[in-house]
Design a protein around this ligand. Structure first.
Ligand SMILES: NC(=O)c1ccc[n+]([C@@H]2O[C@H](COP(=O)([O-])OP(=O)(O)OC[C@H]3O[C@@H](n4cnc5c(N)ncnc54)[C@H](O)[C@@H]3O)[C@@H](O)[C@H]2O)c1
Length: 410
C-alpha cells in the first residue's frame, strides 16, 4: 500500500488526504503550522500523535515517513519543502504553481531528474474527464491538425474577490502574479493539447474594479462596520460567506474553513473571521495588486493560442474553442459536454461525466499518481515536472511581456 505524508493541510491538503485515503493509499504523517487543523486531520485519518508535526523543522528532521510527500503549502513554500523532501528521497506530488521564480522551478526539475525521483505537479485539469476527452479527440485526428486555441478563464467576481482581492493570492510579492497562480493550468493545456513548446508570448493586463478610487464614499474598511452599501454591494461578506444562495455561491460555502482556519467552523467563528481576518475587508480597501483581466497570446509552433483571464463574470468556468484543419471543438467545462464539429458533418454533442473538485481533476491526479508510484509507468497525461515547467515559463514570459509591452521569445 502506498504511503504519503502531507505538508500543508489547508483547502488543498485536506482534499488530497481524502482522495489518497479513499483510493486505497495511507496518510502516515502530516505537518501544518495550524495546530487546530493539524489535530482535526490527524484524528480524522487516525494518524498517530508522533506522526503529526506543527513545524517543518521537526517534520523533516524525523526522516522519511512515507513513500511520497504531498506539498500543499503556499506558493512560496513549495521550493523549500520540495528541496528538503528530495534530500530525504521522497517522490513528490507538488501543488501548482511550483514556485513564482523560474530559477527555483528549474532547480527542482534538475534535482528530481538527477536523483531519479518522481515529481508530479498538480495541473489537475489534465485529469478532469472534460479535458481528458478533448485531448483524446485531438489525438484521434478527428479535427485534423490544430491551428488555433481560444480559452477563456472566467474566474467569477465572487471567487476573484475571495482569492485575488481579499485572500491568499492578492499580492504578487506574497504568492505570484495571477496569470501564474490561476492560469498556469490553461497554459499547461496549450502545451498538452499541441504537444509543442511555446516559441513566443505577448500579453496585456489591467486592474479596473478592485481599486481604492472605486470605493464608494462613506464605505468603511470592513463590511461589518456598518457599511451603508451592504444591501447592494455584490461583494458584501454576509452574502458571500454566511447567507450565500446555493445557486450563486456554492464554492464559497466550502471556504468557511479557509477564512476561519478551523476544521468545523461555527457561525460565530465565521462572524469572528469576517470581523478580523483579511476576508472581511471592503474589496476597495485591500492591499491587492494582481491583474484582474489579462490576455495572453502564445505561439505554440504553428498553433496560435490565446487565453483571456477575467474577474468580471458571474460564474466560474472555462470556455474552450479549439480549431483544427478538419474541424473544431467548443464548450464550457461546467456544462458537462462539448460540441465536436467535423467539417461536412453534423455537430455532435460529446457528454462527459464530471466529478467534483476541478471537475474530477483533483481525484484524477491522485489516482494517476498512485498508479505511477505502483507501476513506474509515466503516461503522456502525467503532469511530470519536466513537462509542466513549460506552463510556468509561459506565465513568466506573459508577465514580462505585460510589464514591458513587448513580445517575449522563449
Ligand atoms: N491545483 C489547483 O488547482 C490549486 C487550486 C487552489 C490552490 N492551489 C495551490 O495549492 C497550494 C495550497 O493552497 P490552499 O488553498 O490549500 O492554501 P491554504 O492557505 O488553505 O493552505 C496552506 C496550508 O499550509 C499551512 N502552512 C503554512 N506554512 C506552513 C509551513 N511552513 N509548514 C507547514 N504548513 C504550513 C497553512 O497553515 C495552511 O493550512 C497553493 O500553492 C495554491 O496556489 C492549487
Amino acid at each position: 500500500m502506498l504511503t504519503v505524508a502531507i505538508i500543508g493541510l489547508g483547502n488543498r491538503g485536506r482534499k488530497y488526504a481524502y482522495h489518497f485515503t479513499s483510493l486505497g493509499a495511507k496518510v502516515t504523517a502530516v505537518c501544518d503550522v495550524n495546530k487546530g487543523m493539524l489535530e482535526y486531520i490527524r484524528k480524522k485519518y487516525g494518524i498517530p500523535e508522533t506522526m503529526a508535526f506543527d513545524n517543518e523543522e521537526d517534520f523533516f528532521k524525523a526522516g522519511k515517513l512515507a513513500d511520497a510527500l504531498v506539498i500543499s503549502t503556499q506558493d512560496r513554500d513549495h521550493y523549500r519543502h520540495a528541496v528538503k523532501g528530495m534530500e530525504l528521497n521522497y517522490h513528490l506530488l507538488c501543488e501548482k504553481p511550483v514556485s513564482p521564480l523560474l530559477e527555483q522551478c528549474e532547480e527542482l526539475e534538475r534535482i528530481s531528474r538527477e536523483k531519479g525521483l518522481k515529481m508530479v505537479v498538480c495541473h489537475v485539469l489534465r485529469y478532469a474527464p472534460y479535458y481528458d476527452k478533448i485531448k483524446r479527440i485531438i489525438d484521434s485526428g478527428a479535427i485534423g491538425e490544430l491551428t488555433n486555441i481560444v480559452q477563456t478563464e472566467n474566474v467569477g467576481y465572487w471567487h476573484f474577490s475571495h482569492s485575488y482581492v481579499r485572500g491568499n493570492w492578492r499580492r504578487e510579492d506574497e504568492t505570484g502574479p495571477s496569470i501564474l497562480a490561476k492560469c498556469c493550468h490553461d497554459l499547461d493545456l496549450f502545451y498538452y493539447y499541441t504537444g509543442k513548446a511555446c516559441d513566443e508570448v505577448f500579453s496585456i493586463g489591467e486592474r479596473r474594479v478592485f481599486l481604492p478610487e472605486n470605493r464608494p464614499e462613506g464605505a468603511p474598511a470592513r463590511c461589518l462596520d456598518g457599511c451603508p452599501y451592504a444591501k447592494t454591494c455584490p461583494y458584501e461578506v454576509t452574502k458571500l460567506y454566511y447567507k450565500p444562495t446555493l445557486k450563486t455561491f456554492p464554492w464559497l460555502l466550502g471556504h468557511v474553513k479557509v477564512i476561519t482556519g478551523k476544521g468545523r467552523p461555527r457561525k460565530k467563528d465565521i462572524v469572528e473571521a469576517l470581523k478580523n481576518s483579511p476576508y472581511g475587508r471592503c474589496v476597495y480597501a485591500c492591499d491587492n495588486d494582481v491583474m484582474e483581466n489579462q490576455v495572453v497570446c502564445c505561439k505554440m509552433g504553428n498553433v496560435n493560442a490565446t487565453l483571456t483571464m477575467t474577474a468580471q463574470t458571474a460564474r466560474c468556468y472555462r470556455r474552450t474553442h479549439i480549431m483544427g484543419t478538419k474541424g473544431e471543438l467548443y464548450g464550457r467545462d461546467s456544462d458537462g459536454y462539448f460540441t465536436l464539429n467535423v467539417f461536412g458533418e453534423l455537430p455532435k454533442k460529446i457528454r462527459v461525466s464530471s466529478g467534483i473538485g476541478h471537475l474530477g481533476g483533483d481525484r484524477g491526479v491522485v489516482k494517476d499518481f498512485i498508479e505511477l508510484m505502483e507501476t513506474g509507468l509515466v503516461t503522456p497525461r502525467l503532469s511530470m515536472m519536466d513537462k509542466t515547467i513549460m506552463s510556468h515559463r509561459m506565465a513568466f514570459a506573459a508577465e514580462q511581456s505585460r510589464k514591458n509591452g513587448k513580445a517575449v521569445k522563449l
